[in-house]
Design a protein around this ligand. Sequence first.
Ligand code: AMP
Ligand code: ZN
Length: 464
Amino acid sequence: MEIKLFNTMSRKKELFKPIKKNKVGFYGCGPTVYNFAHIGNLRKYIFDDLLNRMFRYNNYEAVYVMNVTDVGHLTSDADEGEDKIKKQAEKEKKSAYDIARFYEDAFFKDTEKLNILKPETTCRATEHIDVMINLIKRIEKNGYTYSAGGNLYFDVSKFKDYGKLARLKLDDLKARVDVDKNKKNPADFVLWFTESKFKNQEMMWESKWGRGYPGWHIECSAMSMEYLGEQFDIHTGGIDHIPVHHTNEIAQAEAATGKKPWVRYWMHIEFLTSNEGKMAKSKGEFLTLNGLINKGYDALDYRYLCLNTHYRKPLMFSFEALDSAKNARERLNNKILEIRKNVDFSNASSRDYHEEFHEAINDDLNMPMALAVMWDALNDRELGDKEKYNYVIDFDKVFGLGLEELEEKTVEIPNNIQKLIDERELARKSKDWKKADKIRNDLSKKGYILKDTANGAVVEKSNI
Ligand code: AMP
Ligand code: ZN
């Protein structure tokens, strides 16, 4: 079945044509590891995971490469401000490497809880300095660089299509706030910093331009090509990366290789927002996955919430929205546990849910539609439980909600609750319905739901 993806470069949904048949290589800009990821960042990695799983569902051999930025990202995506990792290291009185490894580890713990498949390759910037230096040398050799004030800059006026991804015009870029007097054009950016930028910089390497460290953008051009080749299929990021980071990545890569287009399809996810606008680490207060878990949510409740909004639409976060995702997931889990017991019941339906689901995910990752198809299947009165179960387990290869591994919930019942249950059983036996109902109501207020079955009462825990 054909796959359509919205390409930021053309601003259109396009038919996906891989460079190599049945293979797809994609690169996702990874975390800058100076703090915990906020749930907005994690929306981006859930999106990468859905893309990855969608290709696998289509029997593609998918290679997903993600970088870990552990050096060089300044507080502005352009060249202004402080080094994010250095700043945090000073705050926590640790070394820059300790900070980077600690937050990288925390990041991967989050992605594991969210059922995000591990990329084929994760690559740290600090372990690819030689790859970056070699790429900068190629850019330099092709005449796109100049040195000023100890730094090596990329001269955007030499690169014909600069800004094509963001549809920027060089004249408009003059408006970019800029304090670096070394730059010939406001949009020029640093390829290599020397110690002229910060005092006491811990992470530095020798290079022909002096002892220093790479600008942020070069790592993604260099590492993506290292693992995916000089031209590859897809590159992803948040929409904030369009005007600066990805614009500069394209300029670097194409200036070095002369091959166009460097990347065939550019995919960008819209922001997770809150009442205060875009969720951002720089705002100080932000929500982490562990923060949600500590409030009693499951990481997969957040994954479900993300599935419910198309990736090209902003997702306004609220606890009410998370509560409904949690309830929906709980209903789904209960339904799966129920139909799993009835897999002997088989009956076809007139609707081909498999086809409908496949069309939805291949249509630019229309996950809200795919979820709707799944619920329609589950609520279809014609359809046998066996078919329902098989559909949902198949769809979950993409949703990633862990449905096949669901375990029956065993409810731990405290002594005082068990006493009430026994009392009610006695009341029922002596046909004292009034008393039995009262106890059942009391139990429900305490969060225990009693369901009467032929084999006696069964207890479930509710969400109060
Ligand atoms: P960072 O760790 O700051 O480099 O960001 C990691 C990824 O999260 C990038 O691809 C950003 O574009 C993305 N991102 C940052 N803030 C948000 C947000 N509020 N919603 C969705 N994605 C975001
Ligand atoms: Zn990047």
